[in-house]
Design a protein around this ligand. Structure first.
Ligand code: PHE
Length: 336
């Protein structure tokens, strides 16, 4: 029987080495300490032993039982703490594992920068829905039925009168419907157009809309605001140019260019040798828009502008392909 005790100890030492999860530890507990386990089986045989041997073997058995209990407990603790077994052997001079540091997406960063500039000028930030009624995307903005942008090929329709907004100008209407002037707000958000994706087109991109309405808002207010914006965004030396243009919801309308940030206006490939880069559309709010929201065009005037955030980021950081923003390639994203 003393031989049996030794054997049990040996087989336990083997078993415990390979028990590396909770269920195999429980298996060992049943095998050795269970009611029908190896220890109690030997205990049961004690009475058949010679009287003088009994106390000695009994003590040995109890010690073995304690030993097994202790080992099982220790191993269980080890497993649940997830530590390496050989604590003394951890090499504290090994280089650590650096956690990857998160950062804002370059579009979010650019958007925040644009927002900050306008907020510092007293603009409030407003948002509107991306799924929008046709009325807000077109009618209220004086875009007539025959306008090409209303075509199903130029806009994502969900139902006849529901669509993914194609510009953030929708939010101009939503604000003016709700509040009376003075209004001084910017409206950032996503917009959608069913364009084939290439280096300069994406079916989704971001815009920041601007709107200022009060008594006596003049074109010079628009110029002053955008001049200041482009200087803060692209540097003090940046020049701004207003070219006559057309939008149904502004009159007069302008396309706004900045002096090329690559060649400083001398002419290069990026600016097609013109020295200028187009960055946004703008104008004085069309009186038809005021009428659509119930403002008196005789009482109020205002300006509006809309810019593409991807375009601003591409110019500012010298990025030549819009797809890079959306491909989630960490090698690109971690540069900003
Ligand atoms: N909504 C126009 C666009 O998406 C931009 C714009 C906004 C123009 C406001 C003038 C005034 O192209």
């Amino acid at each position: 029987m003393e031989e049996d005790v030794k054997n049990i100890r040996q087989s336990f030492e083997e078993d415990i080495k390979t028990a590396n999860d909770a269920s195999s530890l429980e298996g060992l507990r049943v095998k050795y300490l269970g009611r029908k386990g190896l220890i109690s089986e030997l205990m049961g045989r004690l009475p058949s032993l010679d009287k003088e041997k009994r106390p000695h073997v009994g003590r040995e058995l109890n010690l073995l039982k304690k030993h097994i209990q202790g080992e099982l407990h220790e191993k269980q603790q080890l497993l649940s703490s997830g530590r390496e077994p050989e604590e003394g052997k951890i090499d504290i001079t090994m280089p650590g594992i650096l956690p990857e540091e998160g950062r804002l997406h370059v579009i979010t960063k650019t958007l925040n920068e644009i927002n900050d500039i306008f907020v510092s000028l007293g603009f409030q930030i407003a948002e509107g829905p991306e799924i929008e009624k046709e009325f807000y995307n077109f009618e209220a903005l004086n875009i007539p039925l025959e306008h090409p942008s209303r075509d199903a090929f130029d806009t994502f329709y969900i139902r006849d009168d529901i669509l993914l907004r194609s510009h953030t100008s929708t939010v101009q209407i939503r604000i003016m419907e709700k509040v009376k002037p003075p209004i001084q707000a910017i409206m950032p958000g996503k917009v959608y157009r069913p364009d084939a994706v290439d280096a300069s087109h994406s079916f989704m991109f971001h815009q920041v809309e601007g709107l200022m309405v009060d008594r006596d808002i003049k074109f010079s207010d628009l110029k002053g605001t955008l001049n200041l914006f482009t200087k803060r965004m692209f540097g003090e030396k940046t020049k701004t140019r207003f070219r006559p243009s057309f939008f149904p919801f502004t009159e007069p309308s302008a396309e706004v260019d900045i002096s090329c940030i690559i060649c400083k206006g001398k002419g290069c490939r990026v600016c097609s040798h013109t020295g200028w880069l187009e960055i946004l559309g703008a104008g004085m709010v069309n009186s038809a828009v005021f009428e659509a929201v119930g403002y008196s065009p005789r009482k109020y005037t205002g300006f509006a502008f809309g810019m593409g955030v991807e375009r601003i980021a591409m110019l500012k950081y010298g990025i030549d392909d819009i797809r890079l923003f959306f491909e989630n390639d960490i090698r690109f994203l971690k540069q900003f």
